[in-house]
Design a protein around this ligand. Structure first.
Ligand code: SF4
Length: 459
């Protein structure tokens, strides 16, 4: 590669730049930004051109925070608009190949950082653009021409964000025109397995990838141009549960690609077998047992949820490619899906979300539910949330009250029964087998009282 002052390679993909070694922050939660890749006619691309609108790294102050936009235009005979989201997502990976440059998240929630070491070596955004031109062209033969523009000037970034949001809306609206039952094949994305090895995004017309960048249409287009790439086809198979969204084809595929770790997946529920979450989801849906409802928090919200913790803390517990009961990493587009959490009651079960997000997806929320969903302005903790839901007579209260009455009836037996003691449990182990034994004990309709619980690390 031409004169780039830092190394470029896969080994830098997991590099984290801590605050103490940061030269500048670009976009991120305390600033603003967006990334956008567009497929355009060839005469609108000056092949190889890299432009920086606003100050480049050498004109930025150490420790500073700057708004940041990335616009990539590509052209090629075989390119189609449906590929934009997939190529746009690759930006995350290509940027992270650059030593001393960190890229997080996607769309209008990107967050980039340049390290002090890289700035000292002379790394500029111009160089980042040159790397992107080379990587895109070497990985995708179908890209014949490419041009990269970075924005750091505030006014230019604002205009770029507005344009990017229009495009995201258009892509998401197109995806919501068809449903899961209208197609025979779904798609998978394994891009995030580099940091969440058991994570497999199942992408269907009614559920886009967690990062929001890959819809069913984009999955279809990606398979056409790169059949052996990270996006593949999932044969739909049999419908096991049409409401929760369970398909035999997805179960088989996910079982294989997660090396047997994930056995079953519900597309539209956050209980029992929720979809795994990687780490770059745009929002989290979370169960609030105290009111038997579901809250939603997105990455841009910097306050705390009714649990008293912010998005970042919750994200740390949910990601990594595991199935977390009662938690689900989702895209913003999924809030507009007609099948949005339909296995759990859909919008009738939603009790809390940040006001900004509520306004953003206003048109997707059934009219009769809009005023019944609390935001940070009405509910800051579980007590104020319950009070709000009672005032509004939210439908979750009917379920909750029925559950509470049932529990009360069960807790008042005519005569106190002596507690049953567990018989000693012996698990047969084949002599000489040597392998560790794992087993599951299922209690049905049992109440367990424990004086203490000891959790030991599994060696
Ligand atoms: S979140 Fe899903 S769709 Fe998005 S890049 Fe990761 S694996 Fe792919």
């Amino acid at each position: 590669m031409e004169d780039i002052p830092v190394d470029v390679g896969l080994i830098y993909e997991g590099e984290r730049i801590r605050k103490s070694s940061m030269y500048v922050d670009l976009a991120g939660p305390k600033s603003k930004g967006a990334e956008l890749l567009l497929v355009v006619p060839p005469d609108e691309v000056e092949d190889g051109k890299v432009e920086v609108v606003g100050p480049d790294v050498d004109q930025m102050e150490e420790g500073g925070r700057y708004p940041f936009g990335i616009l990539i235009k590509v052209a090629g005979e075989k390119l189609e608009e449906d590929l934009e989201g997939v190529f746009e997502r690759k930006l995350h990976y290509f940027c992270n190949y650059i030593q001393g440059f960190m890229h997080l998240n996607s769309r209008d929630i990107i967050w980039c950082r340049i390290s002090k070491d890289a700035a000292k070596k002379g790394l500029k955004l111009y160089h980042v653009g040159r790397v992107l031109v080379n990587l895109y062209k070497s990985e995708f033969d179908v890209i014949e021409k490419i041009q990269v523009t970075f924005y750091t000037d505030e006014k230019a970034v604002d205009e770029h964000i507005a344009r990017a949001r229009e495009v995201y809306e258009k892509r998401d609206a197109r995806a919501s025109a068809i449903k899961d039952e209208d197609v025979d094949v779904f798609y998978s994305c394994l891009l995030c397995q580099s940091f969440a090895p058991t994570h497999v995004c199942a992408i269907t017309p009614s559920r886009s990838g967690g990062c929001g960048a890959v819809t069913w249409f984009e999955g279809r287009a990606a398979v056409k141009v790169d059949p052996s790439g990270p996006i593949g086809e999932i044969p739909k198979g049999e419908v096991i549960d049409p409401v929760k969204g369970e398909y035999s084809g997805i179960n088989e595929y996910v079982r294989e690609k997660s090396n047997g770790t994930i056995e079953r997946v519900y597309l539209h529920s956050l209980f029992d077998y929720p979809h795994t979450s990687c780490g770059c989801f745009e929002a989290i849906a979370f169960y609030i047992p105290e009111v038997d409802g579901i809250g939603i928090v997105h990455r841009d919200f910097h306050g705390v949820t009714p649990f008293g913790i912010p998005f970042s803390t919750m994200a740390g517990q949910v990601g990594g490619g595991v199935q977390s009961q009662g938690f689900l990493g989702i895209s913003i587009a999924y809030l507009r899906s007609p099948k949005f959490l339909q296995g759990d009651g859909g919008w009738r079960r939603i009790v809390w979300m940040p006001s900004q997000l509520k306004e953003r997806v206003r048109s997707a929320i059934p009219q009769e539910m809009y005023d019944l969903i609390a935001t940070e302005n009405e509910a800051q903790d579980l007590d104020t949330l319950r009070k709000f839901l009672e005032e509004k007579q939210h439908p979750v209260l009917e379920r909750l009250k029925a559950e509470e009455a049932k529990e009360k009836a069960e807790e008042a037996p005519e005569e106190e029964q002596p507690a049953a003691t567990m018989p000693e449990l012996t698990v047969p182990v084949q002599a000489g087998a040597g392998a560790p034994v794992e087993f599951t004990i299922t209690f049905k309709n049992a109440k367990i009282y424990a004086e203490k619980i000891i959790i030991r690390r599994k060696e």
